[in-house]
Design a protein around this ligand. Sequence first.
Ligand code: 4AD
Ligand code: MG
Length: 429
Amino acid sequence: MQTYIQDISKYEGKEVTIKGWLYNKRSSGKVRFILIRDGTGIVQSVITANQTCPEIFEIADRVTQESSLILTGVVRKDPRAPGGYEIVAKKLQIIQLTKDYPITPKEHSIEFLLPQRHLWLRSRKQFAIMRIRHQLIKACRDFLDDQGFLCIDCPILTPASVEGTTTLFPVDYYGDTVFLTQSGQLYNEATVAALGRVYCFGPTFRAEKSKTRRHLTEFWMLEPEIAYMELEELISLIEDLIVYVIGEVLNKRRAELAILERDIKPLEKIKKPFPRITYQEAVELIKKEDKSFRYGDDFGAPHETIISKNFDRPVFVHHYPVGLKAFYMKQDPVNPEFSLSVDMIGPEGYGELIGGGQREDDYDTLVKRLKEKNLPEEPYRWYLDLRKYGTFPHSGFGLGLERTVAWICGVRHVRETIAFPRMLEKIYP
Ligand code: 4AD
Ligand code: MG
């Protein structure tokens, strides 16, 4: 029977069989140490000339990095071993002897690693990032599911834009042009009228034309939408979600955060309440450091970094000028120059992690907004219907998964937070 390395502590003194790959090895005199990984962890096995048969000793000398192998041995507690346990080998079988594995344990440049992504994923740091990503997804879903949300997935092929027309990926659809979805939001607004509280979680696409450390062309978004919820309540919901998911990662992925050498003190500070400032207040913060910034400008990465420097936790920026936001944002009834929009800017310079707000629920206003944005009415006819048949206040947001993983893991660039990143001109492997 196969035992997984993550469960090894339960087998002290017992014989186990590990199936995996050689991560690394070293020798000292008549002792061989081999490090085996199986996808759940890494464990050390000791092979000594006197306690094991000479055959294993010979295999341990021959086995190369990333050879696939099966090891049987007895688990022994040893505080000196990485992870606190090691395996005294009894049997070692090579499934395939790997030749010339390209990623050696030394440091490599990103230019070298990116085309090797299919292999790079086996490295320790990448292993840790993927496990944290999984935990974050699970925590997000648990949080929403426990509050009675339903996960209703939205289509990937769509006839209309959500977030502007400049980042659309066209697809030939039996002779017509359709687009890869930029966001599930518009469909969420239909399903939320049917089911009350919904979210979709899936890949979204933007033909981003610039190379930055925060932009992918294919990224995953968690998008909750709630009927009869207004902006204030939405902000509180986001706050609760973030506090919960950070807590879950801190509780369940300590070891992975340690592998990444992530300083967890800033994460431990993520408690309610998060600061809330208006767009205008954010502009004042930026102007103190960047004299060229003008009221009405959109925030770029450097501006978001200036804003976040003022706080030790995520900050909500709300009430952006109407012109800066998409056609569907509701105008503030008190001051229609502003929209009922909110972005959450992450701490430590990770930029905008969440975008959302209250949706325009008035039919005529929405038609007017489409015209102002030069969008054709036809593809949005069904969307307008939602304002015709029992319109209702509603709000929602989108959390960019990769940016959130980058923040939690403390990795600089989003390219390491998804198994196979898609970026401007980069689609291999
Ligand atoms: O602010 P955005 O564009 O909002 C929407 O798409 C809304 N329709 C969501 C909603 O209300 N349901 O995108 C939401 C988040 C951003 O805050 C950012 O974290 C992430 O998605 N994001 C990207 N992440 C990686 N690469 C890109 N090119 C991204 N564009 C947006
Ligand atoms: Mg946004």
